[in-house]
Design a protein around this ligand. Structure first.
Ligand code: PDD
Length: 281
């Protein structure tokens, strides 16, 4: 495998950044994960626009010219012969002696790009059974709209889910409303067939898959309501699902051990999933 690290394509096993990288010391960095499907990097312009937003919010400068990054992503995907899988991009504020305040302006941000293959059949199989989620209290900061590599609450929540035999954890606010998953956005389908997902303010990450799903839903003639929903409403909903670059639309069939509807993947979710792949490019 080949990785891109600060201007070089290197053997993945030997790829490294300096021990005083601020990503390592302070989680002072941002990232993107794009799906690769049938050789295409899905929604790349949107992912790069969100990366630009994350960088801007944190006053981290672009590590390379903005129009060069797509070429690097493409190159890493090609060099690793990834047809289906994902590509990962990480930018940190760079390498400097440990100090909380920003380093001098001439410090170059670090850029790492990796890619790996995934079996598309595995996702399809998972979608046939659906996934279980658990709920956990929201304990993250109030700027999770910035896609930073500071993911410790997400790590702990998803580990807890795994230990409970589930595949995702939903962060729930103090009012009992679902915010989002540890690495995905959360949705339900009401009894009337309306899609519901929480507004994308500073309290969740505005998922690229979520944004594209709005277009997919419109194509299918489905209505979307952007509003909060509670864990109770989700359990009683017709369907529930999650969305992310790595899962696309994935049915949720159980929440905290209680079945969603009849406990089987819903038809609306599965048609969204199919339609997403049909229009993805
Ligand atoms: N995670 N919310 C959170 C907290 C996420 O980490 C992600 C993505 C999403 C969905 O965003 P998108 O549709 O753009 O993938 C929502 C990626 C997949 C990850 O960290 O691996």
């Amino acid at each position: 495998r080949i990785a891109y690290v600060n201007g070089r394509y290197v053997v993945h096993a030997n790829a490294s950044v300096h021990i005083e990288d601020r990503g390592y010391q302070f989680a002072d960095g941002v990232y993107e994960v794009c799906e690769v499907a049938r050789g295409f990097i899905v929604d790349m312009p949107r992912h790069l626009a969100r990366l630009n937003r994350s960088l801007t919010e944190l006053s981290i400068t672009w590590p390379v010219a903005r129009n060069v990054l797509p070429l690097i992503l493409r190159e890493v995907v090609n060099r690793n012969h990834v047809v289906d899988g994902l590509v990962y991009v990480q930018v940190t504020r760079g390498v400097a002696s440990r100090d909380f305040v920003f380093p001098s302006a001439d410090t170059k941000p670090s850029l790492v790009v990796t890619a790996r293959k995934a079996d598309p059949a595995a996702g399809a199989k998972r979608a046939e059974t659906g996934i279980a989620v658990i709920t956990v209290p929201e304990n993250r900061w109030d700027r999770v709209d910035i896609k930073t590599v500071g993911l410790l609450p997400n790590v702990l929540a998803k580990q807890k889910a795994k230990e409970a035999g589930a595949q995702e954890a939903w962060f729930v606010d103090t009012e009992g409303n679902v915010k989002e998953g540890g690495s995905s956005n959360a949705w339900i389908v009401t009894r009337d067939g309306v899609l519901v997902t929480r507004p994308a303010d500073h309290g969740i990450l505005r998922g690229i898959t979520r944004t594209t799903m709005f277009e997919v839903a419109a194509k299918l003639g489905l209505k979307i309501e952007e509003r909060g929903f509670s864990v109770t409403e989700a359990k009683a909903a017709r369907e529930a699902f999650i969305s992310s670059a790595t899962t696309i639309a994935m049915p949720v069939v159980a929440i905290d051990g209680d079945p969603v509807a009849n406990g089987h993947p819903g038809s609306v979710t599965l048609s969204l999933r199919q339609a997403f792949f049909d229009i993805a490019e």
